[in-house]
Ligand binder design. Structure first.
Ligand code: SF4
Ligand code: SF4
Length: 242
């Protein structure tokens, strides 16, 4: 998911300077997990802005409704079309991906072109939880972790070495750049050994093809039947007794 943090409130208030009516939109995906734009945070922000004398429409998206997934988020956002039409600005409590998806919904689907400001800084693709998340992937477009024991050398190694270690690894197995951190290539070596694939340590990995990261990348996929998938989710959750 997309790691993220709240922007300082002073920066948010600065961006809304001179705007009276504000629609605050959250995200039921990563922003809920990171406490940057769940329903609770949207309501808190609404309270802060109200105290600043602004007229606020809070639009919280429930858990699992990702702001960045248009077919889902637009179903919720369009219910507030009237408020969105009347507002002076939109404050978006999600990553930049969610913000721009909502901007497109406003501009192209609802015909409501408004200034839109971020309340959040996106920090990178990360995984883990419930409390600690670590950046694990740079979405490089050509995954090599099948050769490196399921550990990403581009992200885990500060030098992004595809063939390692660098020669600076500390005697205790820590990284030359950060003595608090395990050397990625030490981890890769040990895990290759544990899974019986140590011979792979000698295989040369070609330089990464960064042309696969030429931006913006565009992907075409068959659209999902949301209701069918929600039904399946419910079935599986019930069958597992979760
Ligand atoms: S090699 Fe690393 S950055 Fe690239 S896709 Fe795999 S995990 Fe992500
Ligand atoms: S010590 Fe290991 S993790 Fe650190 S820079 Fe060198 S190879 Fe990368």
């Amino acid at each position: 998911m997309m790691g993220q943090e709240k922007k300082p409130i002073e920066e948010v208030l600065d961006s809304l300077d001179g705007k009276k009516k504000i629609a605050v939109i959250g995200c039921g995906g990563c922003s809920t997990v990171f406490h940057t734009g769940g329903i609770e945070e949207v309501n808190e922000m609404a309270e802060i802005l109200t105290k600043q004398g602004k007229k606020v429409t809070p639009i919280g998206l429930p858990f699992a409704v990702f702001a960045c997934y248009k077919p889902f988020s637009s179903m919720f956002v369009e219910k507030f079309k009237k408020d969105l039409k009347e507002c002076d600005a939109v404050l978006m409590m999600s990553c930049g991906d969610g913000l721009q998806t909502i901007r497109e919904i406003l501009d192209e689907e609802l015909g409501v072109e408004k200034p839109i400001y971020p309340a959040t800084n996106a920090l990178g693709v990360s995984g883990g939880g419930p409390a600690k998340f670590i950046e694990k992937c740079q979405a490089c477009g050509d995954c090599v972790v099948g050769k490196t024991a399921g550990i990403c050398p581009l992200t885990e190694c500060p030098k992004g070495l595809l063939n390692g270690p660098c020669g600076g690894t500390r005697q205790d197995g820590k990284c030359e750049v950060d003595p608090e951190k395990d050397c990625a290539w030490n981890l890769i070596y040990n895990r290759l050994k544990n899974i019986g694939e140590l011979d792979k340590i000698n295989n040369f990995v070609e330089s990464h093809d960064w042309s696969k990261v030429t931006r913006p990348r565009v992907f075409e996929r068959e659209p999902l039947d949301i209701h069918k998938h929600l039904g399946r989710t419910k079935e599986v959750i019930e069958s597992l007794g979760i």
